[in-house]
Write a protein that binds this ligand. Structure first.
Ligand SMILES: Cc1ncc(C[n+]2csc(CCOP(=O)(O)OP(=O)(O)O)c2C)c(N)n1
Length: 514
């Protein structure tokens, strides 16, 4: 059942400039209406729900304070932009979301001037924002104009190396640049790694910053350059994570943590930053993925991606599949093989469920590695596992393996190391569109020396085969061959519908080079 939300204020908004005439209290009401509208739209289209619900207040505050499209909001991944789309003139088209000819589920330059930079792969936002800030300072001219550049990046995306490359550069250039770290303590799955612990330390035990002083116009507790000579009162430092953070070491002023759902904190802080920032600043906003919709808040993935659903019950309308997915065939075979061979191990880059490696992680946690959104590291890590005598499976979506391509070439193929790539979501993927389609893996893998490229086909698909040139694959012998060379299996998203054929008890050999 879809529920038509009551949205009297939202009904008056046709573009972000309309937010400028609302009082702070009205902006609070607008946020509540925007949340209901987002839930209602996604219940009818399916798509990314939890991330958008987590940034409703942030979206309202950014559009209320900054002057888009002159100021550039760069949303990392951009799966959280449904509320942004609703506020930026696309409300009427929300029910076309993720359909052919409809709105994209991500930001898209060709869709709106309010989407200054397209995204879908993670961790690019700080680089893009720095590029806009630099173009501005160099006198670049574009139709919308060039004002502030604001990157909104999640704690998951912050595990990607590009974010640090960009911060390192930004700290060097010292340009006015705003980064909002949207810390909901979730990636698609639980976040992994030392960074997650570090961010929690920044706010565990410490109360959110008391920003009442900002509301009154006092800014003395803000870090340089936000203060105007006034000495930071010592007691204000107590309990605040100011000074010595990783971000400050990289050249950013750090403000936080703040409650990213509290407009009474967000609005005065953003206004102050807009008035006074003159270098890179990072605002650490703590939010909750799925905020305000109980079924999403309670879901294991906080409603990261959903099918169409009933708003009242939260029940999703998923059509049952009558065949196992190739992903699950792969995952079960991997776990069975790992039982026989202690050298088998597996690597995922923040996609344990999507690649099926959650099964391996449950059964053999010490041999299953979630490296975070870090495909480059994941591939090189797997290469060295192979060099160290292990039998690594690197399970990464086709589209995201593009991020680790130099590592595939330089660390795996040229060294002829026996890494087995399980390339999931190979081929067309549907509603996520071009940024997520696995269009290129056959071409980019088949190009390489020492690489065997195969495709999963038929019910008998077995991920441990490595076919020879002969017409009758012999899984065991060929599996041994794959122990001596790099190989990749193209695993489509669709279920393994085709009936088993005698000659299909191994992946099809698409191409063998080297
Ligand atoms: C390079 C790359 N690898 C993997 C993904 C898949 N992916 C999409 S969103 C996401 C989690 C992002 O977490 P976070 O940045 O914290 O945002 P949240 O969804 O929690 O708001 C992942 C892993 C991706 N988009 N890009």
């Amino acid at each position: 059942m879809s529920v038509m939300p009551h949205t009297p204020l939202l009904d008056q908004i046709t573009s972000p400039s309309d937010l400028k005439r609302l009082s702070d209290a009205q902006l609070g009401q607008l946020a509540a209406e925007l949340r209901s509208e987002t839930i209602s739209a996604v219940s009818q289209t399916g798509g990314h729900l939890g991330a958008g619900l987590g940034v409703v207040e942030l979206t309202v505050a950014l559009h209320a304070v900054f002057d888009t499209p002159r100021d550039k909001i760069i949303w990392d991944v951009s799966h959280q932009t449904y509320p942004h789309k609703i506020l930026t003139g696309r409300r009427e088209r929300m029910l076309t979301l993720r359909q052919k000819g409809g709105l994209s589920g991500f930001t898209k330059r060709s869709e709106s001037a309010y989407d200054p930079f397209g995204a879908a792969h993670s961790s690019t936002s700080i680089s893009a924002a720095l590029g806009f800030a630099t173009a501005r300072d160099l006198g670049g001219q574009i139709d919308a104009g060039l004002g502030d550049a604001i990157a909104v990046i999640g704690d998951g995306a912050m595990t990607g190396g590009m974010a640090y490359e960009a911060m390192n550069h930004a700290g060097h250039l010292k340009k006015r640049l705003i980064v909002i770290l949207n810390d909901n303590d979730m990636s698609i799955a639980e976040p992994v790694g030392a960074l997650s612990n570090y961010l929690s330390q920044l706010y565990s035990g410490a109360p959110f910053q008391d920003l009442k002083e900002v509301a009154k116009g006092a800014v003395s507790f803000l870090p340089e350059p936000f203060r105007e000579g006034a000495k930071r009162a010592k007691d204000m430092l107590k309990g605040m994570a100011v000074g010595g953070t990783l971000f400050e070491a990289l050249g950013f002023s750090y403000v936080g943590p703040i409650d990213g759902h509290d407009l009474n904190q967000l609005l005065p802080l953003l206004r102050t930053v807009k008035d006074r920032a003159n270098g890179p600043i990072l605002i650490h906003a703590v939010t909750q993925k799925g905020k305000g919709y109980a079924p999403a808040e309670q879901a294991r993935d906080r409603g990261h991606a959903t099918a169409k659903f009933d708003v009242v019950t939260g029940k999703q309308h998923k059509s049952p599949s009558n065949a196992p997915s190739y992903t699950s065939v792969f995952a079960r075979a991997l776990v069975a093989a790992a039982a026989d061979d202690p050298r088998i191990c597996a690597v995922t880059a923040a996609m344990p469920d999507g690649t099926g490696l959650n099964l391996m992680a449950e059964r053999y946690p010490s041999r299953c590695f979630d490296v975070g959104i870090a495909e480059q590291h994941g591939v090189t890590f797997a290469a060295a596992l192979a060099a160290g005598g292990m039998r690594p499976f690197c399970a990464i979506y086709s589209t995201f393996l593009q991020r680790g391509y130099d590592q595939v070439v330089h660390d795996v193929a040229l060294q002829n190391l026996p890494v087995r790539f399980a390339i999931d979501r190979a081929g067309l993927v549907g509603a996520d569109g071009a940024t997520h389609a696995g269009s290129f893996d056959i071409a980019y893998m088949a190009n390489l020396p020492n690489m065997v490229v195969m495709a999963a086909a038929g019910r008998g698909f077995h991920p441990f085969s490595c076919p020879s040139d002969g017409p009758q694959p012999q899984p065991r012998a060929h599996s041994r061959r794959c122990d001596r060379r790099a190989s990749a299996t193209h695993i489509p998203r669709s279920p393994s519908l085709r009936p088993a054929m005698p000659h299909q008890n191994a992946p099809h050999l698409l191409y063998k080079s080297g």
